[in-house]
Design a protein. Structure first.
Length: 458
């Protein structure tokens, strides 16, 4: 097949340097992701307040009880599952920009309503609705960054994006520590933590509303003139910063709408199967700690205020993981970063079972958080590399949805383990899940470092 306009657009993007404008665009995308991550990790920090207020209970008599913390966590991840699995195709059909702006407004509105619920049913219902918007948003951000970044900078773009996004964790942890134990103006403190995320997301939508559509998506849908205008502006931007751009080497790029069935045919079948298995186990381990850490500390005999204080200190490490990743992410194959981080999570989780004093708890929590978030930025960059533009959002949404399904059910499993075996049993469960992750990615994951998206995804 001869090189086409889409292939030329792709080649022009690949030779662009990482300009100030490029980092600004990644920053604006990540600002929206900041509030998505804020809500993604919200449950861990408001759960003690929800239990204290009598809306939820720490555990329930039955495995799938909906009045406990597990039901609150599960309802959100069920919403994420619906958003990623059923609506991931929308970003391939309508474009990246309309989805990452619209879904942020969806989340902001639903989160605001959730803050004023009085019972477990309505709380979980609006938590589910929040999850739908966030599920679509996160997949679209990953897809856009992968299509925006030059090959040599793709890993660092995701690491930088995750620094901004994971900065939300110490913010929500601090607000949880400050507000959750208190009552303000006659309202429980956890409600103010939720409202803060909603208001911030609305402001983020306003700031990033001018981001352009993905040129790769435009070209793949026959809108070459629009794609050309955007890329030309970025080329001018690069030249103004002193860059000398080589002549692009046009590549073949298939245009038109892709089909969901493509992910079940070679060469994508093996990748789809691998990523489904990966997501099932990584989510159970990752969110097994991130969504439960204050509750796990309370179960270990630490009171609510100290638990939230320790959790805030641990949360400070959240953006440090991807910041460290800037040093090595484009020098090491992403599959090995993912496998190594999974093994580090397993080791830290097992060490946590032996931690009994403040120093040991915080040290193990910091190590586990660093490893968790190195794993996160690495796999968020890895998944969209493995599929072509025409099906990238729906493919990533589909395989990523299994992480949401996993977290939904593992929340109830963790609650049952916590009830029967205490916090040490939960950490053994986390370690086992991460051992499987390291094996799956290490054995079956393809190499992607510094390769053009078109070459990886063919």
């Amino acid at each position: 097949m001869a090189p086409d306009c889409g292939g030329l657009i792709s080649a022009r993007l690949q030779r662009l340097p990482a300009t100030r404008g490029f980092w600004w665009r990644v920053s604006l995308l990540s600002l929206g992701g900041f509030f998505e991550f804020y809500d993604l990790f919200l449950a861990a920090y408001v759960a003690p307040g929800l239990v204290k207020s009598g809306i939820l209970t720490t555990t329930t008599p039955g495995l799938f009880g909906t009045t406990g913390v597990a039901g609150f966590v599960a309802s959100f991840f069920f919403g994420l599952f619906v958003g990623t699995a059923l609506f991931g195709f929308v970003a391939d059909r309508l474009g990246r920009r309309i989805i990452f702006t619209g879904s942020l407004l969806w989340y902001a509105a639903a989160s605001l309503v959730m803050a004023f619920q009085q019972d477990a049913f309505n709380l979980n219902l609006w938590r589910f609705i929040c999850g739908i918007g966030i599920g679509v948003e996160l997949v679209t951000i990953d897809t856009y960054i992968a299509e925006l970044a030059p090959p040599a900078w793709r890993g660092r773009a995701f690491a930088y994006s995750n620094i901004i996004q994971f900065a939300a964790i110490p913010v929500v942890a601090f607000l949880g520590w400050l507000l959750v134990p208190r009552t303000l103006f006659g309202l429980d403190g956890w409600r103010f933590v939720v409202v803060a995320g909603s208001v911030g997301a609305g402001l983020a939508w306003f700031v990033r509303a001018r981001l352009p559509e993905s040129p790769r998506w435009l070209a793949s849908h026959g809108r070459s003139q629009e794609a050309d205008a955007i890329v030309e502006a970025w080329e001018i931007e690069a030249r103004l910063e002193g860059a000398i751009l080589a002549e692009p080497e046009p590549q073949v790029m298939q245009t038109g709408r892709g089909s969901f069935l493509e992910i079940w045919r070679p060469p994508y079948l093996g990748r789809t199967t691998m990523l489904i298995a990966f997501n099932l186990f990584q989510a159970a381990g990752f969110y097994g700690f991130a969504s439960w850490v204050p509750t796990l500390l309370i179960a270990s005999g630490i009171d609510v205020t100290k638990s939230l204080g320790y959790t805030f200190i641990i949360a400070l490490a959240a953006p440090i993981g991807p910041a460290l990743g800037l040093l090595f992410t484009d020098r090491i194959e992403r599959k090995w970063i993912i496998a190594g981080a999974a093994l580090a999570i397993a080791a830290s989780g097992l060490a946590f079972t032996q931690a009994h004093d403040m120093f040991g708890v915080i040290a193990c929590g910091l190590a586990l958080t660093l490893a968790n978030n190195i794993l996160s930025f690495a796999f968020h960059g890895y998944q969209p590399e493995l599929f072509p533009t025409r099906i990238r959002a729906r493919a990533v949404g589909f395989v990523y949805s299994f992480s949401r399904l996993s977290t939904m059910f593992s929340a109830f499993v963790i609650a049952a383990i916590l009830k029967s075996f205490g916090a040490p049993g939960v950490f053994v469960f986390i370690a086992g899940c991460m051992g499987v992750v390291a094996m799956v990615i290490g054995i079956f994951g393809p190499r992607t470092r510094n390769l053009p998206l078109e070459e990886i995804s063919q």
